[in-house]
Design a protein around this ligand. Structure first.
Ligand SMILES: [Zn+2]
Length: 291
């Protein structure tokens, strides 16, 4: 890694990592955004201490707010997200760009094992979920190596109460409830206590990384994969139709409206749940290697 790299790229307080709800748009998210009054100001490819970063799209919304979009959780063709490089590059960029509110959408991982498939109140395909918490099924992030946010545990402890910023969940819920031309089957708010099972590479790191980087995480989930009730004869065809035809415009419209209009929350504990530890903890590690 090269710690001397400086961030050269756009700055903004709001950003999104895109994700599977808008996959069906391919690389044409900006075309749909233009129809909603959003201008793509530029496309960047910043260098990071860990190598060339993912693509960063810089937008300005109709309300004048500028925001960043890194497609698909920062994943890059040919790079394995399990190796952490995409996670480090992505969050280094967001941190250096001054992002304080991060929006992420997903389509797989929320389930409610308290209910059966026959239960109409269960989490089912077509639902909109604002999860209460999450269970991680893959390696947790540990910080941004070589920076002041490196291996965070000896210096800071991130308490993962409210991993998804509650005021931002409210902002997402109100937008989901008035989506134009579309009605979600059910909207499950945080009070429903749905827990996200995060087990796909590149889809299980945002909560902790956002907290360590001092960001509020707005997370929504559109149930499309392995939700209770999705058991048709040919799930591939059903899923492709969902991803290609139903979800992209609905999710992109919701994301764009949130990014242009949502305000930075003040009544939440996202920042205070990152706690400093006694300096002795960090000094208990072996000293840094010198060249
Ligand atoms: Zn917050």
């Amino acid at each position: 890694m090269n710690s001397s790299v400086e961030y050269i790229g756009p700055r903004a307080a709001f950003a999104t990592l895109g994700g599977s709800p808008t996959w069906g748009l391919g690389e044409r998210f900006h075309e749909l955004a233009a129809t909603r009054g959003h201008t793509r100001l530029g496309v960047h490819r910043p260098q990071t201490p860990y190598g060339l970063g993912p693509q960063v799209e810089h937008f300005r919304g109709p309300g004048g707010r500028e925001f960043l979009r890194i497609p698909t959780y920062g994943q890059v063709v040919g790079e394995d997200p399990l190796l952490h490089a995409s996670e480090w590059k992505t969050f280094w960029i967001l941190w250096k760009a001054g992002v304080r509110v991060l929006l992420v959408g997903g389509t797989s991982g929320s389930c409610d094992w308290r209910r059966t498939a026959a239960d109409e109140d269960a989490v089912r395909p077509g639902d909109f979920v604002l999860p209460k918490s999450y269970l991680t099924r893959d390696t947790m992030p540990t910080g941004l190596p070589g920076t002041e946010l490196e291996f965070c545990l000896p210096r800071q402890v991130a308490i993962m109460d409210d991993p998804f910023c509650p005021p931002l969940a409210d902002a997402l819920r109100s937008r989901a409830g008035r989506a134009p031309d579309f009605r979600f089957r059910r909207i499950h708010g945080p009070e429903a206590g749905v827990v996200l099972n995060r087990w796909l590479a590149g889809n299980g790191f945002e909560s902790l990384a956002a907290r360590v980087c001092g960001m509020h995480l707005a997370y929504y989930h559109v149930v499309a994969n392995w939700g209770t009730g999705l058991e048709p004869d040919d799930p591939t065809i059903v899923l492709n139709r969902l991803y290609m035809e139903t979800l992209p415009a609905v999710a992109a419209t919701l994301e764009l409206s949130f990014l242009d209009e949502a305000s930075e929350p003040t009544a939440c504990r996202c920042r205070e749940l990152l706690r400093a530890r006694p300096p002795e903890y960090a000094r208990a590690l072996s000293p840094r290697a010198t060249q």
